[in-house]
Write a protein that binds this ligand. Structure first.
Ligand SMILES: [Zn+2]
Length: 254
């Protein structure tokens, strides 16, 4: 099964850039279908109220069940003190299966890591080039899987790519996704040095084309087994750590 492990859905409320205005799914889903992508991990666009954004995403996930797999977006500073409750809602009411954090909001704190541990969820955290924080969080929470998207930087920061490749090798609980990585040889290096089990296909749809991003994985020229792991096996393994979560099940009703 091919799973896109990084996509956004729903409306943002800030309206200063595409990523905080709207993440429309109609074209994305048609493109993903055409590329043979059968499941998509999805989280809200940037928002000033993630509890509301997660609830809206819950509706979208339910409408498309079982096609989409929701991750809850939390802001580690603004939502401090209520993160556990937001994550509990996301899991129990909307059937979400992971947590998304963006370093442009705030970097991970203990509260979110404890919630991930309690609910056995992976955390997908965009470290916005600050790869050094991975050296803090990963050894503190060895039982929490951290997915560091874009090899540490959507902005082509090659120093962050270098460091995340090294972290993939060193920490068993650190993974990366392929979304938006343009400097192709860093993807080659990630697979060669850390192994195909540490790299996860993601597109950063709907703004990036899922078929184009998936083609990057094919261009790595890996064995069928390695390719299968990157295209879906790895994320599936992280999601199925939770007893009640099986890709293909409908989310629990509210
Ligand atoms: Zn993204």
């Amino acid at each position: 099964m091919i799973i896109d492990a990084h996509c956004h859905g729903g409306k943002g409320d800030l309206m200063t850039a595409p990523w905080n205005t709207d993440a429309p799914l109609r074209d994305y889903l048609a493109r993903a279908d055409a590329a043979g992508i059968q499941r998509t991990v999805i989280f809200p666009a940037f928002n000033s109220d993630y509890a509301r954004a997660n609830a809206e995403l819950g509706q979208i996930v339910r409408r498309h069940a079982p096609r989409l797999i929701g991750f809850a977006f939390v802001h580690c500073a603004r939502d401090a003190g209520r993160i556990r409750g937001m994550v509990a809602d996301a899991v129990q009411r909307y059937g979400f299966q992971g947590i998304k954090i963006h370093g442009a909001d705030a970097l991970p704190n203990r509260e979110v890591c404890e919630a991930a541990r309690e609910f056995q969820l992976p955390i997908l955290v965009d470290v916005v080039g600050k790869a050094e924080v991975v050296d803090m969080i990963a050894p503190q929470y060895p039982d929490v899987p951290f997915i560091i998207p874009h090899l540490g930087s959507f902005a082509d920061d090659w120093r962050a790519h270098e460091r995340v490749v090294e972290q993939l090798v060193r920490y068993p609980n650190v993974y990366t996704d392929t979304s938006g990585v343009r400097r192709f040889d860093y993807l080659v290096a990630a697979v060669r040095r850390a192994g195909a089990s540490k790299v996860i296909f993601g597109s950063d749809g709907p703004w990036l084309h899922p078929g184009l991003e998936l083609h990057k994985v094919r261009l790595l020229g890996l064995s069928k087994d390695a390719e299968r792991r990157i295209m879906g096996g790895n994320i599936l393994r992280l999601l199925s750590r939770r007893r009640q979560s099986v890709v293909g099940l409908r989310p629990v009703a509210a």
